[in-house]
Design a protein around this ligand. Structure first.
Ligand SMILES: CCCCCCCCCCCCC/C=C/[C@@H](O)[C@H](CO[C@@H]1O[C@H](CO)[C@@H](O)[C@H](O)[C@H]1O)NC(=O)CCCCCCCCCCCCCCCCC
Length: 484
């Protein structure tokens, strides 16, 4: 088995991702997978025959390897508890299978280490068999005697516990299996002790080591199961509590919970553009196709209004989207990012014509900037233009666009301003009809204010990433000495 595990390097360095390889009872630690693939030497090697595997009962993804000599501890953490279980099983069985006569010669000094290992096992077994005993005292008749002739402390422990717990049938089977393993290994240990008097160290060692490993693997397995059962019970309880809370919330807000507006219902918006942005040489690059799709969706804003006063605005914006798509298609260069397209035209000094992508994107971004500022003016509570659509528009126009228009176009805008729809018209156009009707139908006092607050929230969610995109494009033009 091999894979990435986080290794604890202390409070200064914290957790560091390493690449571990388990092979022939040895766990090797590499700085990274690449190091391993390039056959670089391992930074650390653990002989499982010299380690104790300790499962963390608090954090379901952590476990430790503790050297039986010197007690050095290596704390490890996986991404998920399933990964930890796989590692523990593999490590446990590697330890259990580690021993055969061909490796006997490589084992540590028999007397000290096998004593250590034996004491570790009896500690582990005692700790867990008291747990096993609590299940057994319920699962098996209390007066049933162990078959074993031995009267070791462990046998008494198995029968003497007085912590009964209720277990279901499958768990009883599982417990009984563990008891059987424990009894078998106790018999093996007792046989080994008998052998001790005959001083046949080779057989003794084999008996003790084999039993210890089998016991350890069985106990670790049991611990894992118990820890998982407890975790599962907690997860189930949490899920039930969360579900209940959500159902209560839905019941309270059902009539406006599915609240939807133009701003919340676009399949592609500028959040997707921001999420698709990468950084190259410290510069942000905006994904061209996602940007054009978000602009295409933005055009639906104009479709929500009746009348034709805004048609010229819509046509100008749509025309620029088309120009950029055409340049991308005709260039055959498979541009991914807007900045690449503009850089390409500017580097060839082909960026000034009316049908260039540079010009189309420049004017498109100016339209987006006016839109962004207009929406912010309309919904921000501290602006002098809140809910005043005309004032909100002319303020945005004068600040961001007028300077790029000749007197005639400016005149046209001033005339058109007289036809800016009212705020109520804006609300009715932006809030999906079904939600409007549901809100109205409640008959509650202030239902429109509730809808208005939710719409304002949707507007802010929509223009936040839009503003980021606008600023990044303005920055790009500024770096090319083009007034954005
Ligand atoms: C209801 C409010 C509407 C008020 C104004 C309506 C009056 C319309 C006046 C007619 C103007 C037509 C717009 C076109 C302008 C273009 O001349 C200008 C320059 O075009 C560019 O020329 C380049 C060189 O030739 C060329 O390469 C490029 O392709 C071409 O685009 N274009 C612009 O100025 C771009 C911006 C125009 C759109 C800005 C509006 C942004 C949206 C604001 C939100 C409106 C909110 C309405 C409120 C609704 C309810 C309250």
């Amino acid at each position: 088995m091999e894979g990435e595990i986080y290794r604890w390097h202390g409070y200064l360095s914290g957790w560091g991702k390493k690449y571990f390889v388990l092979h022939n009872g040895t766990l090797s630690c590499f700085a990274s997978k690449v190091e391993r693939m390039n056959r670089k030497p391992a930074t650390e090697v653990y002989n499982l025959g010299l380690c104790e595997i300790i499962v963390d009962h608090v954090t379901p993804t952590q476990f430790e390897l503790k050297g039986t000599i010197g007690g050095k501890v290596c704390s490890l953490k996986t991404d998920t508890k399933d990964e930890r279980q796989q590692w523990i099983k593999s490590l446990g069985s590697a330890k259990a299978c580690l021993l055969d006569t061909s490796t006997l010669g490589f084992l540590p000094k028999p007397s000290e280490d096998s004593r250590l290992l034996t004491s570790q096992v009896s500690r582990e077994v005692e700790e867990d068999t008291s747990l096993v005993a609590s299940f057994e005292s319920v699962a098996i008749e209390p007066n049933e005697k162990m078959e074993q002739s031995g009267n070791g402390s462990l046998n008494n422990l198995l029968l003497s516990s007085d912590n009964p717990s209720i277990v279901d049938e499958p768990e009883q089977t599982n417990i009984l299996h563990l008891c059987d393993v424990t009894k078998t290994e106790i018999a093996n240990l007792e046989e080994a002790i008998t052998l001790l008097s005959t001083n046949e160290i080779g057989k003794i060692l084999l008996k003790v080591e084999t039993s210890c490993r089998a016991l350890l693997a069985a106990v670790e397995e049991k611990k894992l199961t118990l820890a998982e059962d407890e975790q599962e019970a907690q997860d189930t309880q949490l899920a039930q509590d969360t579900q209940l809370a959500q159902e209560n919330q839905l019941a309270q807000d059902s009539h406006i919970d599915n609240f939807s507006t133009f701003f919340s219902s676009q399949p592609t918006n500028f959040r997707h553009v921001v999420d698709g942005t990468i950084s190259r040489e410290g510069k942000p690059l905006l994904p061209a196709l996602i940007f054009l799709e978000a602009c295409q969706c933005y055009l639906r804003f104009f479709d929500r209004f009746s009348g034709t006063v805004m048609t010229p605005l819509r046509n100008d914006i749509e025309g620029n989207i088309g120009k950029i798509r055409k340049v991308m298609k005709d260039s055959g260069k498979g541009y991914d990012y807007l900045q690449e397209i503009v850089d390409h035209e500017i580097s060839r000094k082909q960026h000034t014509g009316p049908d260039t992508a540079t010009q189309a994107l420049l004017w498109l971004n100016r339209a987006l900037s006016v839109m962004c500022r207009f929406l912010k003016n309309v919904v921000t509570s501290d602006s002098a233009t809140k809910h005043d659509t005309g004032a909100s528009f002319i303020s945005a126009y004068n600040e961001l666009l007028a300077k790029h228009h000749n007197w005639m176009v400016q005149k046209l805008f001033k005339v058109g301003l007289k036809m800016v729809p009212s705020y109520e018209a804006f609300q009715q156009s932006m809030i999906d009809q079904q939600c409007w009707k549901e809100g109205e139908a409640t008959g509650e006092v202030g239902w429109l204010d509730v809808l208005d607050d939710k719409m304002a929230h949707h507007v802010m969610q929509y223009i936040e990433p839009m503003g980021v995109v606008v600023e990044q494009l303005r920055y790009m033009y500024t770096t090319h000495n083009i007034d954005p």
